[in-house]
Write a new protein. Sequence first.
Length: 429
Amino acid sequence: MDRIRIRGGNRLNGEIQISGAKNAALPLMIASLLTDDTLTLRNVPRLADVTLLMRILGNHGVDISVDGKRLGTSGIQGDTMHLTARTIVDTTAPYETVSRMRASFWVLGPLLARCGEARVSLPGGCAIGTRPVDMHIQAFENLGANVEIDQGYVVAKAPKGLRGNKISFSKVSVGATHAALMSAVLARGETVIENAAREPEISDVAECLVKMGAHIEGIGSSTLHVQGRERLHSATHEVLPDRIEAGTYAMAVAMAGGDVHLLGARTDLVGSVIDVLDRAGVSTSPTNQGLRISRNGAGLKPVEVTTEPYPGFPTDMQAQLMALMTRAEGTSTITETIFENRFMHVQELARLGADIRLNGDSAAVYGVKRLRGAEVMATDLRASVSLVIAGLAAEGETTVHRVYHLDRGFERLEKKLGACGADIERLAS
Ligand code: EPZ
């Protein structure tokens, strides 16, 4: 298994091109199941999760081709992907695939809406929590499907098609909102989705669905009105830039010091992260090409932050912020409200000398004067990158094991950081 070795202490200076958002690209690819025409996606990031989903969609009968595009000198812009689900050849998504990537469970909605049935393995728990799918099931049932759990599979049937209805979620869920939206676009009549997630990746998918002929009002708000259509058609859509990748590199610069321009970062999507960095004493300035981050000399101030659904501070940035706050001058409090078990990075950060104490869903992070390099283990995608951030400021050498987690969600991370002066390399196994 590959490892990443970092020798800490270098400042970061230069430019980093932000890639297309993983968490938009995956549901956008899944949306191709909704039509027998071709969906063309631009700016698709080159990630292990994207490659895996290509294989999964292929099993359902989606024909996929990719042309790489190399733009400018500052980095690869991403791929253009053509997806055509002319005929759905299989409406089952087996345990082997869904257990490898949770988002593949999201094929259930489009398969059910288009074919009237789907059988998809329950995804099971993962390193960040139990992650149930009860609200997905609620959405399908509200739309008239009969849903049963059989031998670890969710079996959903609607032989006469789905019917529009009200879907009112008791809590905010990105996945359940995708499920409701991608089913309702092919249901008969109107669906109203209340307490919908407002994450920008939901809006990106909704905008793509509109280009495919769907009728959706309220995009970006917590109430979505969908008028079902008999069929959707071809469209071309560009994946929005990854706000979590942008926020992560912003934290990396804040940690290492220096001055980096994040090209293509959408500042309107990272408001909560900019706000926290400002409070920590890191300088952030929006530019017409993206976002500029700098920290020169001054110490980091501690912060108090709680993760929340968008537009609040993202759970997907919690580990990176915690890494940063290990070096703050004082005590920070970071509270995780979205997932119950998303603190796996704490014990690994401790191996680098961090002083963090957990109390239920809160972590008290006591800033230390120095971190020291060590061997550490990646446990999930965002936890892994928090260890890289810590390694950038640790004295000596840090080796991050199990970097396949990183490859799931960060495109060419070591190249992007290395080009800005980080001493970082991938060691092949
Ligand atoms: C999406 O996961 C993201 N994944 C996650 O990113 C992200 O952390 C999460 O949203 C929150 O922003 C993708 O977009 C592919 P949820 P999702 O449903 O949809 C509970 C990353 O690192 N819940 O919004 O699975 C759930 O347990 C990943 O890129 C139910 O109770 O998250 C959690 O507590 C990790 N019942 C809360 O809702 C349900 O039926 C929010 O989860 C569904 C969810």
